[in-house]
Design a protein around this ligand. Structure first.
Ligand code: ZN
Length: 72
């Protein structure tokens, strides 16, 4: 089932919904991090607020935030 190393692409970057590996709507590479998006709507949201989501990702990869980084 799930591997022990849970990467960012297991959850939708925008809404935080769990996305099965290989599932979801699409995935993107931001730097060397793969992220998933669950639906076209979330892709829209991502495109409209790219900088914010990229900043979130960066903060996460630097260990500044834990897995609860989706909370508003
Ligand atoms: Zn989503």
């Amino acid at each position: 089932m799930k591997s022990s190393s849970e990467s960012s692409d297991a959850y939708c970057l925008v809404c935080g919904k769990a996305v099965d590996h290989g599932g979801g709507f699409c995935r993107l590479a931001i730097g060397d991090v793969m992220v998933a998006l669950c639906c076209p709507l979330c892709l829209d949201t991502f495109n409209g607020d790219k900088l914010r989501f990229e900043a979130k990702l960066r903060a996460k990869s630097e260990g500044l935030l834990d897995s609860q980084w989706f909370t508003p």
